[in-house]
Ligand binder design. Structure first.
Ligand code: FE2
Length: 147
């Protein structure tokens, strides 16, 4: 795999994994503010879900192959496997989710940088939109962390 394919595959795998991470907490969370977080997590999951197809189709436009096995997405994802239990303290769950946004933001920034250096401005533009989405979601999650 070229550096560009490796980076785009990592982004695609990470956001697919991130989508199911949000869904996991959306479905299983038990908390006194359940409805509030149930709805927030779903809104973020939907936003992340929409980016998958655009990124995969951009890879094809650039002549790259897209992986298709769940096991491949899992091994290329940067999402931490140390997921807290859904019945864990909500603050621990929020901290975990915030860290996954930090990881995704770093991955997007590195790939935007690489794409720009190689004059692939369309990929940089597409990813910059998702960078903004993750920065906004990170802010929402961060602002719900009490300490
Ligand atoms: Fe739902």
């Amino acid at each position: 795999m070229s550096d560009k394919t490796t980076q785009m595959t990592a982004i695609l795998s990470t956001i697919i994994d991130f989508y199911y991470t949000y869904k996991y907490f959306h479905w299983n969370l038990v908390d006194s503010d359940f409805i509030e977080y149930h709805e927030l997590f779903d809104a973020h999951a939907i936003l992340i879900y929409k980016s998958q197809d655009v990124i995969a189709e951009r890879m094809r436009q650039m002549g790259e192959s897209v992986i298709g096995l769940l096991s491949e997405y899992q091994s290329n994802s940067h999402i931490s496997k140390e997921k807290p239990d859904s019945k864990n303290n909500i603050q621990n769950i929020l901290k975990y989710i915030k860290e996954q946004h930090d990881i995704t933001i770093k991955l997007l920034e590195e790939t935007i940088d690489f794409a720009s250096e190689n004059k692939d401005f369309s990929t940089a533009d597409i990813l910059t939109k998702y960078l903004q989405d993750h920065q906004k979601m990170q802010w929402f999650i961060k602002s719900s962390i009490s300490s």
